[in-house]
Design a protein around this ligand. Sequence first.
Ligand SMILES: NC(=O)c1ccc[n+]([C@@H]2O[C@H](COP(=O)([O-])OP(=O)(O)OC[C@H]3O[C@@H](n4cnc5c(N)ncnc54)[C@H](O)[C@@H]3O)[C@@H](O)[C@H]2O)c1
Length: 439
Amino acid sequence: MKVAIIGTGYVGLVSGACFAEMGVNVTCVDINKERIESLKDGIIPIYEPGLKNIVDRNYKAQRLHFTTDLPSILNDMQIVFIAVGTPSDDTGNADLSYVFNVANTIADHIEKPLLIVTKSTVPVGTSFQIRDIVKKRLAERGLSDLSFDVASNPEFLKEGAAVDDFMSPDRVVVGVESENAKELMTKLYRPFLLNNFRVIFMDILSSEMTKYASNAMLATRISFMNDVANLCELVGADVNMVRRGMGSDTRIGKSFLYPGCGYGGSCFPKDIRAIIKVAENVGYEMRVLKAVETVNNKQKNVLFRKFSDFFNGDIAGKTVAVWGLSFKPETDDMRDAPSLTLIKSVLDAGANIRAYDPAAMQEAKKLLNDTVYYATDIYDAANNADVLIVPTEWKEFRLPNWEVLKKIMRTHLVVDGRNIYSGEELSSYGFEYRGIGQK
Ligand SMILES: NC(=O)c1ccc[n+]([C@@H]2O[C@H](COP(=O)([O-])OP(=O)(O)OC[C@H]3O[C@@H](n4cnc5c(N)ncnc54)[C@H](O)[C@@H]3O)[C@@H](O)[C@H]2O)c1
């Protein structure tokens, strides 16, 4: 089977490498020449655990290829996946220009039957728009009889665990409108789900909606728990206890009940905005999701507020150690990271930042330039600091040497945005501790 994946970002590169690992002949395509040349040289442009090994192995075995030239390989493929970005535009709608660029290139060069699959997260109806673009152009080219199919196959992988998620998915959602598309997708995904085939086939519109609804549900759980955490602080309850008590109810479940400093990343913020817009465009208001967004925007200020409150707002000139910059651990992705909101507020207030992240320093530099000091490790970041703030819970932050930190920090305040420390333990070392949703 020959498959092309358009877009070699977090989703495209992982999907391409994992399909190749299962024996599929995959060509990954990107318009970014530098990225494609790096990939040919064995340099992986993103931080994703386990990805380099499978890219190297499959590139050497010639099951994985890289090119910038989609037209030259298009008619050798049975399936083409569109996995390019769909960021928010200025109005909050999904910007589909990258997706439609790819659709236009396909439309201009397709000469053989092909299955075109949308893997990018897109508003409901986008796959049909892609179908219409190709149909129209084929008619203009005098090729109206050429058969092609479209399908929707939204991706549910998590950055930081993307390879494992792709290799052993909970389920694969596929929207189809023809038997041919269903057969091809069944063949492609069977190796991943040999023991328990969990491909859920449905119509294309429902498949596109499933992705938005899933992200919306997860974001709702996060904002709900942040609201509960804020109330816990006011009434003297401990959200860590509340979370355990709630999560042991099988109807609720344990996952996604962790309060923190707001959700970020390349998906939740833009997808929540986009589904609100999808609804608006058909005259419906997503009231719950609007509240989810409002709560999240407010929660992104919680770390700064706790720091500022401790010093009664007198924070100009203070030094802030920030541990963790990426929007979550095990990724270098800085898009919409809560750390960025914190850093902006700190800098606006005239305080200084000493930042450290195990993987995202390069990406952070692109956004923050020389406005912050980039530390070599956690202790360098904490040197002479008036507060240690943790927006991202990397594993290497979990058991620091508090005695060393006590010596090197100027003021002994810890603001824990992910509730990874024990307030009791920290106070035994002489630190003031501020977690989320705790007394
Ligand atoms: N990142 C995630 O965790 C995740 C998870 C599930 C779904 N998604 C969705 O998958 C899609 C891709 O996300 P991502 O994070 O991988 O994006 P990304 O920004 O990391 O990568 C997109 C890539 O597409 C390339 N590109 C843009 N236009 C192109 C074109 N015309 N031809 C070829 N390449 C082109 C870009 O150069 C870039 O390398 C988005 O719709 C996103 O919402 C992302």
